[in-house]
Design a protein around this ligand. Structure first.
Ligand code: ZN
Length: 382
């Protein structure tokens, strides 16, 4: 077969692509357009295949219509494709019978682009709106983020955090956490899959990242008096996830535009932003409204799961004592203790009120876990 690419007076740009041939197999190669034919040259050195321009069918397909297909009734079972749209500008394809198909593809692509820009414009409007203090605009925007995208986002955040944390891998500890969280998971209505990990850290704290991953500092377990106390904190963290508080914080911090980009597959901006602001979720305080909402939902989770919510209360009280103790020493270290979840008098009063509202004869199931058993394992050297 003669090599058309070398034919004198007939030069063509080369477009990377592939072809499906009669036996259904796919070959990678390059596409070339000549006066009268479109040629596919396989990379494996086999003979080129040509489709006549006359009766050529040009269509868009694949993901977001990014693939341009060439077919011909004269060669049934064969199709070429490329993602390089410049091929449509080849002069040999500017034939009256082909132009309607080309226009349809180019026009369609423009519409997709317009859609993207509309979304970008909406994002900018949302950022400006939120900047002006319209919190509800943010919430409306967050509602538009599909849970799967948030899970993906969480994976990125987690990957970024992991390099700075040391996860407790002791099976006794992890089994203990499962015993505590199992009843909560049974009653929690969440589009996010929860995942709990204990990490070595001397600050009494726990935190959730978008998408359902919750981290428990080893010091929190060490300071707890019962499994119910740990459950109280974890129910609160689960509530942060359910209400997507972490995502809202992220959006405020790094901008909806970057997040929207990430959802459209452009994760570079997000990765850069996360790398730049490493660990900010650890230091970021949620607003009082978010804390109130997490306490309220967390309390409900505990009661629904038949776990005594007084654990939540006693733990917050202890944290407050520690805070006050430390406050007299240095203000600095006080900040570290439950820094993201200050155990304020207001929160303690709120939970106390909720407990008072429970029927006086309400009984709860004791979590079948001796907290000291996992405390001993945590205090073992790594
Ligand atoms: Zn909180």
């Amino acid at each position: 077969m003669e090599d058309l690419t070398a034919r004198s007076g007939q030069t063509s740009n080369s477009y990377e692509g592939a072809a499906f041939i009669e036996d259904g197999s796919r070959k990678a190669g390059t596409l070339h357009v000549f006066e009268g034919s479109v040629e596919f040259k396989p990379n494996d050195g086999e003979n080129s295949i040509r489709l006549p321009v006359q009766q050529l069918e040009i269509t868009a397909g694949g993901n977001q219509n990014r693939l341009i297909y060439f077919k011909s009734p004269s060669r049934a079972g064969i199709s070429f494709y490329t993602t390089d749209r410049n091929i449509l500008k080849e002069s040999a394809l500017q034939k009256p019978e082909l132009l309607p198909a080309i226009k349809k593809i180019v026009g369609g692509h423009r519409r997709v682009k317009t859609g993207y820009w509309t979304l970008a414009a909406v994002s900018v409007a949302l950022i400006v709106g939120a900047w002006l203090g319209r919190g509800w605009v943010f919430e409306a925007a967050i509602d538009q983020i599909p849970p799967e995208a948030e899970v993906k986002l969480g994976e990125l955040v987690e990957k970024n955090l992991m390099s700075t944390m040391s996860v407790v891998k002791d099976p006794v500890v992890n089994e203990g956490i499962k015993t505590i969280t199992r009843p909560l998971l049974e009653v929690a209505e969440s589009p996010f899959p929860f995942k709990f990990q204990v990490v070595y850290h001397q600050d009494v704290n726990a935190f959730a990242i978008p998408g359902g991953s919750i981290f428990i500092h080893s010091a929190l377990i060490e300071k707890a008096d019962s499994a119910e106390e740990v459950a109280g904190v974890l129910a609160h963290e689960m509530a942060h996830v359910i209400h997507r508080h972490g995502t809202q914080l992220l959006v405020r911090r790094i901008g909806l535009y970057v997040l929207v980009g990430a959802m459209f597959g452009d994760t570079q901006g997000l990765i850069a932003a996360l790398a730049d602001q490493g660990g900010f979720l650890l230091s970021q305080k949620f607003s009082r409204d978010f804390e109130r909402q997490a306490d309220e939902t967390g309390f409900k989770l505990l009661v629904d799961a038949n776990i005594d919510p007084r654990g939540m209360l006693s733990f917050f009280r202890r944290i407050k004592e520690i805070q006050e103790e430390q406050m007299s020493e240095t203000e600095q270290s006080a900040m570290a203790i439950m820094g993201t979840h200050p155990a304020t008098e207001e929160r303690i009063d709120f939970i106390q009120e909720k407990i008072n509202e429970l029927p006086p004869d309400r009984e709860f199931q004791k979590i079948p876990l001796d907290i000291q058993k996992i405390q001993r394992r945590i205090s073992l050297p790594e």
